[in-house]
Design a protein around this ligand. Structure first.
Ligand code: CA
Length: 223
C-alpha cells in the first residue's frame, strides 16, 4: 500500500515514515502544502495522510482542490486538538477519516488498512491466486501447504502483481509502486527482487505464478 504523507513537523513525519515503512507501507513525504498538492496530483497513491496546518497550501485547500478535480484518493486528515471546525469542514469536503494529534502509529495503520479494504472492496484480508495465499493482515504467505518467508519488499511486489492477474506491469510501474518515486530507473532491483520471489514461490512448481513478458515487465498468471 502506497501512502503520501503531507506533514511539515519533522518530528512527526520522521516517526510516521519510519513506522509505516516498518509495517510494510511504501511512504512518500511532502513537507509543505504546495509539494503535497503536487505529489497528490502527479503520482498515484492508495491513501493520503494530510495535515491541516501547513506552510503553503493548507490541508483543507488541498483536499478541496483534489475533490473538485475528481480525484477520489482516500484521505485521512490530521488535525490538532481543538480544530473541530476544520475537522467537520474536512469531512464535508470529502475526507474519508481523521486523526487527532497526538496519535498512536497503530491507530493510523488500522485506519489506513480499513480505508484500503473499503476502496479495494476486499472483505477479507486474504489475497489468493491458485494455491498461493497472502494474508494482508499477518503478512503470512503460503503456497499450498508450505509457508513462504518473504521480505517486506518481496511481499509488496508479489501483492501488487497478484492483485491484478494477467495485467502486465512494467518495471517502472513496479518501481514506482513498490520502491516509491525516489528511484534510479536504470537499476535492476525489480528483476533481482522477482528472481528472489520466484525462488521462494515458484521453484519446483508445475504452474508458476509469475510470468515474464519479454521487453515489458512481469505479470501474475491469469487462472
Ligand atoms: Ca502542521
Amino acid at each position: 500500500m502506497k501512502v503520501l504523507l503531507v506533514e511539515d513537523e519533522k518530528k512527526i513525519s520522521d516517526f510516521v515514515v519510519k513506522g509505516l515503512k516498518e509495517q510494510g507501507f511504501v511512504v512518500e513525504l511532502a513537507s509543505d502544502g504546495d509539494s503535497g498538492y503536487y505529489h497528490a496530483t502527479t503520482w498515484s497513491y492508495d491513501a493520503v495522510v494530510l495535515d491541516i496546518m501547513l506552510p503553503g497550501k493548507d490541508g483543507l485547500s488541498i483536499l478541496k482542490a483534489l475533490r473538485k478535480a475528481g480525484n477520489t484518493v482516500p484521505v485521512i486528515l490530521v488535525t490538532a486538538r481543538g480544530e473541530l471546525d476544520e475537522r467537520l469542514e474536512g469531512l464535508n469536503l470529502g475526507a474519508d477519516d481523521y486523526l487527532t494529534k497526538p496519535f498512536y502509529l497503530d491507530e493510523l495503520v488500522a485506519r489506513l488498512q480499513a480505508l484500503h479494504r473499503r476502496s479495494t472492496g476486499a472483505q477479507l484480508s486474504l489475497l489468493q491466486l491458485d494455491d498461493l495465499v497472502l494474508n494482508l493482515t499477518t503478512r503470512e504467505v503460503k503456497r499450498g501447504e508450505e509457508a513462504v518467508e518473504l521480505t517486506t519488499r518481496e511481499f509488496n511486489l508479489l501483492e501488487y502483481l497478484i492483485r491484478s492477474p494477467g495485467r502486465v506491469l512494467t518495471r517502472t510501474q513496479i518501481l514506482e509502486h513498490v520502491w516509491g518515486y525516489d528511484f534510479d530507473p536504470s537499476t535492476n532491483v525489480v528483476d533481482v527482487c522477482i528472481q528472489r520471489i520466484r525462488k521462494k514461490v515458484d521453484a519446483g512448481q508445475e504452474r508458476p505464478i509469475i510470468e515474464t513478458v519479454r521487453g515489458v515487465g512481469y505479470r501474475a498468471r491469469k487462472l
